[in-house]
Design a protein around this ligand. Structure first.
Ligand SMILES: [Zn+2]
Length: 151
């Protein structure tokens, strides 16, 4: 059974009554009213300071959640339509091992990727990225970015 997660408030829900109308009717968040839920194959529990970003099949940002601004300094208007790897300056992965690209190309989850992002102010932050390919045929990705404590 698929699970849904709200990219904005991270509320999780099951697909119980979300699709009772038209087959492709958008499901909106029952908690915050956000008009888009991301469908996951497996349940996922983001941490309280995780920021979620939903992307299309080309890695362009469709929605960014509340935690993203705190983590990156970018607000949603800064991010819409931008490539998620470029706008966040994602780095720290091995060449050709970009977890976003791998998830898009192969449709596989990438969990616990230890990477770096560049905040709007230009600071490099160490983050853990969990990347989920979309469950449906539209493609796309959900990218969960969580701050890592300096070690
Ligand atoms: Zn919500």
């Amino acid at each position: 059974m698929p699970f849904f997660i709200c990219p904005n408030c991270k509320e999780r829900s099951l697909d119980h009554d979300g699709r009772q109308g038209l087959l492709d009717q958008a499901v909106s968040c029952q908690r915050c009213g956000f008009g888009f839920l991301f469908e996951l194959l497996d349940d996922y529990y983001p941490s309280p300071n995780t920021g979620l970003v939903a992307c299309d099949r080309d890695g362009r940002i469709l929605a960014s959640g509340r935690g993203v601004f705190e983590l990156t300094g970018f607000n949603e208007a800064d991010l819409m339509g931008k490539n998620v790897v470029e706008v966040f300056g994602l780095a720290g992965f091995e060449p050709d091992r970009n977890p976003i690209g791998l998830a898009l190309e192969w449709g596989v989850r990438r969990l616990g990727e230890q990477i770096e992002l560049r905040s709007r102010a230009g600071n490099v932050k160490r983050v853990t990225a969990d990347v989920f390919p979309a469950y449906d045929d539209d493609g796309g990705l959900l990218v969960a970015l969580s701050p890592r404590r300096a070690s």
